[in-house]
Design a binder for this molecule. Structure first.
Ligand code: SF4
Ligand code: SF4
Length: 200
């Protein structure tokens, strides 16, 4: 279901993960607990937003669901995940904490995200997480709006503090890994460093 936690990822040149100082600083491997923790933090905003939009109307709800599925199933995979070292693993679908099961129709692209990709990535997130609260505010459902905003803020705060600070996708604009850890990881994953220099 997940990668072997003892074996280095596809881009890493170390023979083994044993005694690797980066193992505790970066999330090179994922497990069911990571996936469960991510789902537990994102679901409150999704469930409340979905119920509230459905009460508002089937079409606004359907539009939001369709866009969310396209975004997490394809758009985000192209603009952001295809730049992530995890994308280089074997198999036709992702097996990580956030987009588990999403297909990988494109080749791995280790270089940085382009400006257009960054805009599409952030705009898609803003729509998915902002649209329900915007509808609640527009229709004066203050309690629903307040709860949705709290859930969205809690999700992003939890993700930034517990996941983005250990994520190996340094190309993502939300990545929070410190510079020393980045440099150490790039040294062990020269393919990423070469692509970064080539496309800088
Ligand atoms: S950097 Fe390489 S060796 Fe170290 S934990 Fe990650 S995959 Fe394993
Ligand atoms: S960027 Fe995140 S969600 Fe995308 S493949 Fe990498 S770890 Fe998974």
């Amino acid at each position: 279901m997940f990668l072997d936690p003892e074996a280095p990822i596809a881009t890493c040149i170390r023979p083994s993960c044993e005694n690797c100082a980066l193992a505790s600083r970066l999330h090179c491997h994922f497990n069911d607990k990571d996936l469960g923790a991510f789902l537990a933090s994102v679901m409150p905003a999704f469930i409340l937003g979905g119920i509230g939009l459905y009460r508002f109307g089937v079409w606004p709800f359907g539009l939001w669901v369709a866009f969310s599925l396209s975004y997490f199933g394809l758009i985000e995979i192209r603009v952001m995940c295809s730049h992530c070292p995890h994308y280089a693993e074997e198999g036709n679908s992702l097996k990580c904490w956030a987009n588990y099961g999403s297909p990988k129709p494109w080749r791995y692209r280790p270089g940085p995200m382009s400006r257009a990709e960054t805009v599409i990535f952030l705009a898609g997130l803003a729509f998915i997480f902002g649209y329900p609260a915007a509808v609640f505010l527009w229709t004066s459902q203050w309690l629903w709006a307040a709860l949705e905003i709290v859930f969205v803020i809690a999700f992003f705060a939890r993700t930034e503090a517990g996941m983005c600070n250990r994520c190996m996708n340094f190309n993502c604009p939300l990545n929070r890994v410190d510079q020393a850890t980045r440099l150490a990881f790039l040294k062990q994953n020269p393919l990423l460093e070469e692509a970064r220099k080539r496309e800088a």
